[in-house]
Design a protein around this ligand. Sequence first.
Ligand code: ATP
Length: 498
Amino acid sequence: MRRYIVEVVIGIGLAAVVLGFLAGLDLTPLLLGGGFAVLLKLALDGRAPLGRPFEAISARQSKGVLPQVTFADVGGQDAAKRELMEALAFLKRDSLSKKLGIRPVKGILLVGPPGTGKTLMAKAAANYTDSVFVSASGSQFVEMYAGVGAQRVRRLFKQAASLAEQQGKRSCVVFIDEIDVLGARRGSHHGHMEYDQTLNELLTQLDGIDSSREVQTLIVAATNRPDILDPALLRPGRFDRIVRVDLPDKHGRLRILQIHAKGKPFAPEVDLERIAQETYGFSGAHLENVLNEAAINALRRSSEVIEPSDIQEAIEKVMLGEKLDRTPTAAERRRIAYHEAGHAMMAEHNRPGAVSSITIASRGNALGYIRQSPTADQYLQTRDELVAGIQVCVAGAVSEELFLGQRSTGALGDIKQASEIAKRMVFAGLSPLGIVGSDLPGSILHEAVTEIIRVQEQVVRAYLTEYGAQVRAVAEYLLEHDSITGEQFRGFLERLAS
Ligand code: ATP
């Protein structure tokens, strides 16, 4: 009926415009005003062309389907899952909570790096509590026009509650991703009161949640910048549960790989545990991507099973980016080969079995690279381990100098990394300076860092000189074959030694 009325009004309006035009009237101000009103209406409704489309409720949810994700689909994150489930107890055991007079948890903040499964956890929370799930991203509330963001916040909460009613559910989970975009400290957006108004509206909505309502609302928000959030958001009674969702440890990575490996045909030699070990620092999203890329590699080879080499290739792609068609000159290739051979020899010397692969094909920003496999997740490093790290960093440049006569700019990144390690040594009290304060003068720090690196360069020079034949052989092999796996590399060294 409403649509019919709108169509009639539009028809009459158009007819009036045409008549006015025929009668010779100047209709420009009227048309401009009308156009502006339409744009404003679209913005308030959260539709293009002003800003990103605002779709608080996905098609799947609007059909009334609850999120299918359960906590079993979230790999690792055992502590975070436990904490989240504890916080959800008031929704799970609603009547007992009411009897005990427990103030409902209104907001749960999930804090952690991108791709660690925060959205998954929010969906699992909705599933666990049999709630309707409605999601939006912080950036969807931000507009140039005063009042638009606040209006969208109100609409989001209203939609969530009415959807829950329609579905006959007693609770809804409103998930706001990137809450830092709208929840940053008030007054931090210079001359942009719109942000503050939006945040004020969110606070009002949070305060309006109470246990006497028919439909219970729980807000789950995610951020990786909790430090910039307005303190008003974090005070008790608002987002007072903070759950850390960190990068997964080895056990977590294995669980995530197992979850995403389901339904994919792997060759029997594929060892997920080994992949979990090699992918230190990867998030759940990275791991999912590795297995997906590996399947794509198998497809490219027209193979029906995913081989270990497909996975190795995928790990390198996820780590460093797509292989590039950059073609270095013959002299540059030679330099890259000797540089990487130097890194690899030193890495293998410091920790036998460390090298996973060596490549001189460009990928992402790297002209060539060696990949080392960590033995186990480490949260602490000893002095010897830090020194070994510096040695591996400088070995590329030292190898160029020893075998090609001089160094090149190829070592820029390595030197930066070596300096960072040396600085950590200084501030951890592991340098000849002993314990130092954080106010250590820059000149003394500089001297200490260069001295640490200089001493290690000497050690590396002595080692690579002694094993010059091996460095040359590895570099020449790389020039011919582009890359070598860790096993091939070790076999090669053994053959040269015997
Ligand atoms: P962002 O902060 O960038 O929004 P996020 O932490 O919300 O990221 P998700 O969107 O939940 O991350 O994860 C992206 C994808 O990565 C998921 O759809 C899933 O495929 C995979 N993933 C991430 N973490 C996990 C995990 N712990 N278990 C299983 N899969 C995971």
